[in-house]
Design a binder for this molecule. Structure first.
Ligand code: MF3
Ligand code: CO
Ligand code: CO
Length: 265
């Protein structure tokens, strides 16, 4: 076990804080969900996220995070992650990931969901399904003290069934009083992480980005945030915040109205 991870182990009081942050973040996504449809701009989604969070006395973590200009990320079609809300209008046939992170009483909840806008292509539906199923499969196999590489094995197994690829340059992460902290959580089995164990009390995200084509991404040279697939093919993502307990993993960002494991898109 890498000794320093103990420093991120949460006691019961802190776990309750993370549960509250995750719960609020899930409610925020439930609030936003019905508005994510054709004809809406991603700026309008951003405003809903911002105002709902502020109105409830909390903070949208992305706003001003390393200079990020908006309160959530909206990643359309070939955008892998970190898309910036803008005046772009969601169109029938698009897929869009909305990634929301809240700071509640100092603690972070982080999650995302990919939405199908109207009638989408078969491959758009498949890549969305693949990402959703791979996230759930990777949570399913976790136990206290699992190696973080188990997550990558579970995700790659699902991606291979579809012939899709798993993004390597962006990974899940520990979180708590910080937005991003150890451990890194790769979505592919990186042998260097074999000895990193998910000990009870650790909070982290799993957020597999699945590409229809090549796994590589390119950062937009103008905005320095938007990451697109190198081949322009589609990418989809889902994310949950997980607390490892002595009993196993607990999903802190499960929504009451969103897709559940087994959901068919
Ligand atoms: N929410 C993203 C994640 O899952 C991070 C976004 S960073 C931002 O880790 F600055 F773009 F908001
Ligand atoms: Co995250
Ligand atoms: Co996120």
């Amino acid at each position: 076990m890498i000794k320093s991870l103990r420093e991120f182990q949460l006691d019961e009081e802190s776990r309750q804080k993370m549960r509250a942050a995750g719960r609020f973040n899930a409610e925020l996504l439930d609030f936003v969900r019905p508005h994510v449809k054709a004809g809406v701009t991603t700026d309008e989604i951003d405003r809903l996220v911002h105002d709902y969070t502020i109105d409830h006395g909390h903070i949208p973590a992305p706003l001003d995070y390393h200079g990020f200009p908006k309160s959530c990320c909206t990643s359309i079609n070939e955008v892998i992650c970190h898309g910036i809300p803008s005046d772009e209008v969601l169109q029938d046939g698009d897929i869009v990931n909305v990634d929301v992170t809240s700071i509640v009483d100092g603690w972070h909840g982080d999650q995302s969901e990919t939405f199908l806008i109207g009638d989408v292509s078969d491959v758009a539906r498949q890549v969305t399904q693949c990402s959703f199923d791979s996230l759930n499969a990777s949570i399913d196999i976790l136990k206290p003290d699992s190696s973080v590489t188990e997550i990558g094995h579970a995700i790659v197994a699902i991606a291979e069934q579809y012939g899709f690829s798993v993004v390597r340059d962006y990974v899940g992460h520990g979180l708590g009083l910080e937005f991003h902290q150890p451990p890194n959580v790769p979505h592919y089995p990186d042998p260097r992480f074999e000895r990193i164990q998910l000990i009870p009390g650790l909070c982290f995200t799993i957020e597999p980005m699945i590409n229809v084509g090549k796994f590589m991404g390119v950062v937009d040279p103008f905005d320095n945030w938007t990451v697109r697939t190198i081949d322009g093919q589609l990418s989809a993502q889902f994310e949950h915040t997980i607390l490892m307990t002595e009993e196993g993993p607990e999903i802190l960002t499960q929504t009451s109205q969103g897709p559940r494991p087994g959901h068919k898109f």
